[in-house]
Design a protein around this ligand. Structure first.
Ligand code: ATP
Ligand code: MG
Length: 392
């Protein structure tokens, strides 16, 4: 018996006249995530994408491969049957009962786009209900509040039978690339990978920038960030990560600026470097994992002073979330276990004993004037390398 996948999408439905464009992006992203030689054909009809796998491909494996694509609300396996009522009732009921282990009550909803089919929708529903009951005696029909809805669709060339008890939930959101490109400042911590996931979920295409401070930060610390980026790429598809050696810059800040301003000046310099990388790549915003009040550099005053270092929009999707909520998402998306591996980050290498928590821009600018900011920003750009990140 053949099976197909039915993909339902959420928010795209609201897109009115642009819907087609968003659907095409979603289909493109699904094809990319599945990989060549997995999908034989794709058809869109009435807010459902019908995916036929290539010969010999495991349907569950295909569902797993595409399950992290943003824009997908749910994925359902469906059996494909010959358009013959006896076959549909006999084989279709057997198929669908195999997905109803945890179901006590059900109802059947039938739909026929082929109006010449000799049974109308209520008749199909009634007959299929009977066939299911005779296959599985513990099941009961409940038309008002069923545990599962079994659907029979009579199309032009074939019939589909499926149950919403066999649904895989998607991650929702909008297709990646439908909402521009932004540059994620990624560390090895818990927060920034979650921030990247959240913005990508809104349709943003990512690129990433990571600062290292060798030899204060190790090769393993960098590998950890690469691993995190690869997990994010499972959702977004591949992207580029720029790795910026930042040791000399941090030493210059330490040697020239007041100690209590080290962190905030370093963060401003990071923003300036990232802004230049972003502009070169036509990226439209920066993304950080900052959350209000979490540490000294994330007070409202400190965030304002950091913001003033760039003219680009800084997206901070975690700004109003507390750590518990962030950790919950990190666990759900699979980054948490990697994030808590104990490697140093360049931000934690030179930490002032008493960082300013309520910095004033004019004071920071005065401290910063002891540095040749442009020189150090350009030097960082010259030393920057890039890595192509692909999902593993
Ligand atoms: P995270 O959990 O993301 O590391 P954090 O709570 O440790 O965040 P900070 O260390 O103050 O907070 O960093 C704030 C933000 O600055 C991070 O979320 C990230 O976006 C960015 N950032 C920090 N360190 C780096 C780094 N080494 N490379 C690139 N961006 C960084
Ligand atoms: Mg950190």
């Amino acid at each position: 018996m053949r099976e197909i996948l039915l993909v339902k999408y959420g928010e795209i439905i609201l897109k009115g006249l642009n819907r087609n464009k968003f659907e095409d992006m979603l289909v493109g992203n699904i094809r990319r995530a599945a990989g060549d030689e997995w999908i034989a054909s794709v058809r869109k009809s009435q807010a459902i994408i019908y995916i036929t796998p290539c010969e010999g491909r495991d349907i569950d494996a295909l569902a797993t491969r595409i399950s992290k694509v943003f824009g997908i609300a749910s994925i359902t396996r469906a059996g494909v049957f010959e358009k013959d009522m006896d076959t549909i009732l006999e084989k279709g009921s057997e198929y669908v009962v195999s997905f109803m282990d945890n179901v006590k009550t059900f109802k059947v909803e039938a739909k026929r786009s082929d109006k010449k089919f000799p049974y109308n929708s209520p008749e199909i529903s009634r007959l299929m209900g009977g066939a299911i009951l005779s296959k599985c005696h513990r099941l009961k029909v409940n038309v008002n509040e069923p545990d599962a809805i079994v659907r029979v669709e009579i199309r032009d060339n074939e019939a589909y039978v499926f149950s919403d008890s066999a649904v895989i939930k998607g991650h929702g959101g909008m297709p990646v690339r439908s909402n521009g490109r932004a540059t994620l400042l990624i560390s090895g911590g818990i927060d920034s990978p979650v921030a990247g996931y959240m913005m990508a979920k809104r349709g943003v295409e990512l690129e990433a920038v990571h600062f290292t401070s060798p030899p204060y930060t190790s090769e393993l610390a960098k590998e950890k960030v690469v691993s995190l980026a690869k997990i994010i790429a499972q959702y977004t598809g591949g992207f580029t990560m720029y790795v910026v050696p930042f040791t000399e810059q941090q030493l210059a800040i330490r040697d020239n600026c007041p100690e209590e301003h080290l962190t905030i000046i370093m963060r401003r310099m990071m923003m300036k470097v990232t802004e230049k990388i972003a502009k070169k790549n036509k990226s439209m915003a920066l993304i950080t994992g900052e959350s209000l009040g979490q540490v000294a550099s994330q007070t409202i005053e400190a965030l304002s002073v950091t913001n003033a270092s760039t003219e680009m929009n800084v997206l901070r999707p975690l700004i109003g979330m507390d750590k518990e909520e962030i950790i919950q998402i990190a666990r759900k998306i699979g980054t948490f276990e990697t994030s808590i591996l104990p490697y140093e980050d360049c931000c934690t290498v030179f930490v002032p004993k008493h960082p300013t928590t309520r910095p004033k821009l004019e004071n920071i600018l005065k401290s910063e004037s002891k540095l040749d900011m442009d020189y150090w920003v350009n030097k960082a750009l010259e030393d920057t390398e890039w890595i192509r990140i692909e999902a593993e």
